[in-house]
Design a protein around this ligand. Structure first.
Ligand code: GLU
Length: 308
């Protein structure tokens, strides 16, 4: 694979929230983890708003997220990128993938695929039918593949991909570009060298690496950390009613996030400003510490008394 100029330059990391709600402790942790990893490697930290799915977005969530990042001292190094403004890029990348035979059009409905255990109808583009009548989705042609990739936090991650049933959507029937296409197009275009994100996205990594491979471009390094859970062991998310972070108490929240990321209490206890806290976090950052954590959050972790 050809090395791109951007990839031979220094570290470029990113935090890429979807504006489906305000920042909660779980998504703040993702922001801080990617920030600390970037800064500990003397890299740049970018923010990209993944507002590509209008059906899931909440009005003003993007500006609320940016405000919270700012309140917690997490300042991005380049202008914020909005996926909603990058349709031309996605169209180009999709055309490139189509030209190299990596895609096909698919008019199968979700319910048809469910009934047939993911197998496509005979008329679908997967079987070589030249053109479907709209509406159709555009899918990536996944090869049968067993492999592994090196995760910079988890170590070697094995995976198996199934041709046909794992063929993921790049452009939805309604015309929207899908997450896998947009995120890969952006990571490539922005010269991202490291993607540090939660384990809930681990299954996407082999798929995103496949897209990079089709584009003849080296993928970034990926590192996935354990997610914050609530008392019932559920991932903190809007669905589990995670509370928004309190922008009025950034020290307290950051202190707990740093502890959850494996920074030692004695390393951050002396910090009296947000900048000192983040600086101490950068000094204490160690990927192995997060990998070793099995449970990032105790039952009432976020209610525990911390730094005021
Ligand atoms: N936008 C995705 C999310 O909020 C994250 C994408 C990524 O980090 O690759 O879950």
């Amino acid at each position: 694979m050809q090395a791109d100029a951007a990839q031979t330059l220094s570290y470029r990391g990113r935090f890429a929230p979807s504006p489906t709600g305000p920042l909660h402790q779980g998504s703040l942790l993702a922001a801080v983890a990617s920030y600390l990893d970037a800064k500990a490697h003397k890299g740049k930290w970018l923010v990209r708003i993944e507002d590509i799915d209008p059906l899931r977005e909440i009005p003003h969530a993007a500006s609320a997220i940016l405000k919270s990042l700012d309140a917690h001292g997490l300042h991005w190094d380049e202008s914020v990128v909005y996926q909603s403004q990058r349709q031309v890029l996605y169209q180009d990348v999709l055309a490139t993938l189509a030209a190299c035979g990596s895609t096909y059009t698919c008019a199968c409905s979700r319910s048809e695929l469910e009934v047939s255990a993911g197998r496509h109808q005979r008329t679908c583009g997967i079987h070589g039918a030249s053109q479907q009548s709209p509406p159709f989705a555009v899918r990536f042609r996944v090869p049968h593949q067993t492999g592994k990739f090196e995760d910079c936090i988890q170590g070697a991650v094995p995976y198996t991909l199934h041709s046909g049933t794992d063929d993921f959507v790049l452009q939805r029937k309604e015309g929207f570009y899908a997450y896998q296409l947009a995120v890969t197009a952006d990571d490539r275009e922005q010269g991202i060298t490291h993607v540090i994100r939660g384990l809930d996205l681990l299954h996407s990594t082999p798929l995103q690496r496949l897209i990079f491979q089709s584009l003849h471009h080296n993928p970034p390094e990926y590192g996935h950390f354990l997610l914050l859970t609530d008392a019932k062991g559920r991932k903190l998310s809007k669905q589990t009613h995670a509370r928004p972070v309190d922008d009025q108490q950034p020290m307290k929240t950051l202190y707990h996030v740093l502890l959850a990321l494996g920074i030692q209490r004695q390393e951050i206890d002396q910090a009296s400003t947000i900048q000192e806290l983040l600086e101490a976090g950068i000094q204490g950052w160690n990927r192995e510490n997060i990998a070793a954590k099995t449970n990032l959050v105790e039952a009432d972790y976020w209610h525990a008394e911390g730094k005021a």
